[in-house]
Design a protein around this ligand. Structure first.
Ligand SMILES: Cc1cc2nc3c(=O)[nH]c(=O)nc-3n(C[C@H](O)[C@H](O)[C@H](O)COP(=O)(O)OP(=O)(O)OC[C@H]3O[C@@H](n4cnc5c(N)ncnc54)[C@H](O)[C@@H]3O)c2cc1C
Length: 218
């Protein structure tokens, strides 16, 4: 077991507390398996939750976007955020509709997002976000120009307050419902790549790159 995130008054799981996980390594494993997070923040009293790609490096989460986007404009000021990541592993099909559920692994990180100003750190963060999406692609393609870099804002959220919630296993039905002749169980779900589809605008022949050939998740 790695050093846990001590649960705070804000991150202690109350509902279904038996599903709570505060172990750092377990939390990082969930973050690293995902490539989309949801960033929640309030602006002018209105909550917004923005789905975005991300990567974890060490004890921080990095995400990027257009410097002109509302999310990045708001967060550049050093705004408090709630970042969540969800992996759905299975549908849990019970005998009653009430007890239907999902097997999942989710993480919630509470923290403050800050803008990365340093050029080197920004480039490295962009590389790891790209790598988290499809490993090796960064080195196969044209690198960002100064103008593209300027148009891109990269944010960092240090991971200090975090919790995970994990559900596994079969459905849990009411005792009397186990006598019902209704199929119950779990339907596992996975995310996997299909056959690559070449861009119809390709002007020349090009071999399938290694990053695409080797692509795999989980
Ligand atoms: C795919 C998926 C589907 C779900 N579907 C439902 C649903 O239909 N209905 C429903 O009520 N709940 C659902 N949940 C659980 C839901 O995410 C919340 O845990 C639950 O609603 C309790 O919320 P709360 O704020 O009352 O929890 P509390 O236990 O009061 O939350 C306290 C703290 O616990 C931590 N925490 C709570 N939930 C999570 C979480 N999911 N992941 C990581 N940390 C967490 C946070 O730090 C939070 O601040 C689902 C979860 C997942 C991942």
């Amino acid at each position: 077991m790695s050093e846990p995130f001590p649960p705070t008054s804000r991150t202690r799981v109350v509902r279904e507390a038996n599903r709570a996980v505060y172990d750092r390594e377990a939390i990082y494993q969930i973050l690293d398996e995902a490539f989309v997070c949801h960033v929640g923040f309030t602006s002018g009293g209105q909550p917004f939750v923005i789905p975005t790609m991300f990567a974890r490096v060490g004890d921080a989460i990095f995400f990027h976007g257009s410097a002109a986007s509302r999310m990045l404009r708001n967060l550049s000021a050093g705004v408090r955020v709630c970042v969540t990541v969800t992996l759905v592993d299975a549908l849990v099909l019970a005998r009653s509709i009430f007890h239907h559920s999902m097997n999942y692994r989710s993480v919630m990180v509470l923290g403050t997002a800050t803008l990365i100003e340093d050029r080197g750190e920004k480039l490295e963060a962009l590389r790891v976000i790209s790598d988290n999406l499809i490993h090796g692609r960064w080195d196969e393609v044209r690198q960002p120009t100064e103008q593209e870099l300027k148009a891109t804002a990269v944010m960092k959220v240090p991971i200090k307050e975090a919790s995970a919630k994990i559900r596994t296993g079969p459905p849990k039905d009411d005792t009397e419902d186990y006598d019902l002749p209704i199929w119950a169980g779990v339907l596992p779900l996975i995310t996997r790549a299909q056959q690559p589809v070449i861009d119809p605008a390709m002007r020349m022949k090009a071999d399938l790159p290694a990053s695409v050939k080797k692509y795999g998740r989980g």
